[in-house]
Design a protein around this ligand. Structure first.
Ligand code: PLP
Length: 381
């Protein structure tokens, strides 16, 4: 058994073994057991070591609370076990085809830790959802659809698939001529960095262009082990991006986000997305207001390099896909000029080209779709 497999098999999966529980009454634990039946517990031994105390940002991400059960017994209709309606966009099981040219393929439904705010609570940690057969059908679907030029391997975590099997899956995908890009969505480098082995790297580097999007939520996740794992991946030429979920009490703070993004850039990970938390049943206590996310973006934009400011997105409930939001930096906009505010709050004017030349270059600017204000979002100053 390799080191990462030992760390994984030593995972905390039972209420009795949860770290730093101040309320240890039998009654409380019994309720937590109910929570864990609906949504299992997993904290691998490496991640367990990163938890320093009750309610710290690492603890909150993986230790269940009764708030998860509250959402289930309320009749709040807006909370759902499939808030993004992924099941509605699955032409074959466990493959989501939502956008014209790219698909998401689940290759596994196990994870190195089970995040309490997971958007796929309905699948993760339960046996028999992703199988060899669903995988075969998914790959066949991609092969039969030449418009698909980009696949995101997700799950679950694709990197918990054994080396040989991963090699086979990547090899089959690479044999599809129209598939240009393969992406791997993973939380492994930040939560079980020992999984990034020399052998894994020797497999991955055969399948370029291969991109990674790595899930990171808090600067404390970036340890020397994690730095080493990301460096190994960057050294074999994999462009690394990050995805972060905005979580109340974990990272809903501009200072924390800025520190996280700076640490990511130092490991050659380019911040890609910050997600507004999905409306997943049992995760309501993690949600922040949308204004919070916009304010965090506003507090980062201009104050740090543009490289370190990810896109802030809402993955729209019901399956409309991701929508990018920006803090509104436009004061006024008309045919003559655009008036904008910079990061220091100072106001600047940009005169539009004269009407005649503007018409010649870009047509009559009468469609609201392409106006500046349509691309911005209101944020109270
Ligand atoms: C996020 C997502 C993608 C990829 O979106 P990009 O914006 O291209 O990164 C593809 N399919 C589904 C279902 C997604 O949720």
């Amino acid at each position: 058994m390799e080191q990462w497999q030992k760390l994984l098999s030593g995972s905390v999966v039972k209420v009795e073994d949860l770290p730093f529980l101040s309320n240890t009454s039998e009654e409380y634990k019994e309720k937590l057991r109910k929570v864990s039946k609906i949504f299992p517990i997993r904290i691998n031994s490496y991640f367990l070591d990163q938890i320093k105390e009750e309610n710290d940002p690492m603890w909150k991400q993986v230790v269940p609370t009764l708030a998860e059960l509250d959402d289930f017994i309320s009749d709040e209709e807006s909370l759902d076990l499939d808030p993004l309606n992924e099941e509605g966009d699955m032409p074959v099981p466990e493959l989501v085809h939502r956008y014209p040219d790219r698909v998401l393929l689940m290759v596994n439904n196990q994870c190195p830790i089970i995040c309490r705010f997971c958007t796929r609570k309905r699948k993760i940690g339960f046996p028999g959802i992703v199988t060899r057969e669903t995988l075969r059908l998914g790959i066949e679907y991609i092969r039969n659809h030449p418009e698909i030029r980009d696949v995101i391997l997700s799950g679950g975590d694709p990197l918990l698939v054994p080396d040989k099997e991963l090699d086979r899956i990547l090899g089959e995908l690479r044999s599809i001529p129209h598939l240009e890009i393969i992406r791997i969505g993973t939380r492994v480098p930040g939560t079980l960095p020992q999984r990034i082995t020399e052998n894994l790297c020797s497999i991955l580097k055969k399948y370029h262009p291969l991109y990674f999007n790595i899930h990171f939520n808090h600067p404390a996740e970036i340890t020397p082990e994690v730095e080493k794992a990301c460096n190994m991946l960057a050294d074999i030429g994999i462009p690394l991006g990050s995805q972060t979920v905005l979580l109340e009490g974990v990272n809903d703070d501009a200072e924390v986000m800025r520190e996280l993004m700076h640490k990511l850039l130092k490991m050659r990970v380019k911040p890609y997305y910050i997600y507004q938390a999905d409306m997943t049943m049992g995760t309501d206590h993690f949600r922040t207001t949308v204004e919070k996310g916009l304010q965090i973006l506003k507090d980062m934009q201009g104050h740090t390099s543009g490289m370190g400011v990810p896109y802030f997105v809402i993955d729209t409930p019901g399956g409309g896909g991701k929508v990018r939001l920006l803090p509104n930096m436009v004061v006024e906009h008309n045919e003559k000029e655009v008036v904008v505010r910079n990061y220091e709050g100072k106001v600047f004017r940009y005169p539009q080209p004269s009407k005649k030349s503007a018409r010649k270059k870009m047509g009559t600017p009468d469609s609201q779709e392409h106006t500046v204000s349509a691309n911005t979002c209101q944020l109270p100053a």
